[in-house]
Write a protein that binds this ligand. Structure first.
Ligand SMILES: [Zn+2]
Ligand SMILES: [Zn+2]
Length: 126
């Protein structure tokens, strides 16, 4: 057993009672980051590892933000293009023609149906 007391690597004055889980350096209680519900630290993490970790997270966050922004911009561009296409006179005309065609077909169908029915009725009373 090694009973020699180690001095904290970070403050260099307190006796180290812990080892940082990340860098493995002997660390005193003062130089460990205490656990709280926000940092969600598991085990022993020294200040410098914690700061590094936070920095990584901040960078990660920034990167994600940027990616989201770019994605939004692209989406907006696509939407604008689609809207412009949808509102173009040719497309409006096309939609109008389609609608008229649909309505025309409906009228034809009803006419045929009526004709059929009247034939049946005529046959019944002949
Ligand atoms: Zn210390
Ligand atoms: Zn560390």
């Amino acid at each position: 057993m090694d009973n020699e007391e180690k001095i904290c690597t970070y403050c260099e004055k307190n006796i180290a009672e812990f080892y940082c889980d990340k860098c493995g350096e002997p660390t005193c209680e003062d130089c460990l980051v205490p656990y709280d519900q926000f940092n969600l630290i598991e085990g022993c993490i020294c200040q410098s590892c914690y700061e590094l970790d936070q920095l990584c997270r901040a960078n990660e966050y920034q990167r994600e933000e940027k990616e989201n922004e770019e994605r939004e911009k692209k989406k907006e561009k696509r939407n604008a293009k689609a809207r412009a296409r949808y509102n173009s006179p040719e497309q409006k005309e096309k939609r109008k023609k389609k609608k008229e065609k649909r309505e025309q077909a409906e009228i034809e169908y009803r006419k045929k149906l009526l004709l059929k029915l009247s034939k049946i009725v005529n046959d019944m009373f002949r």
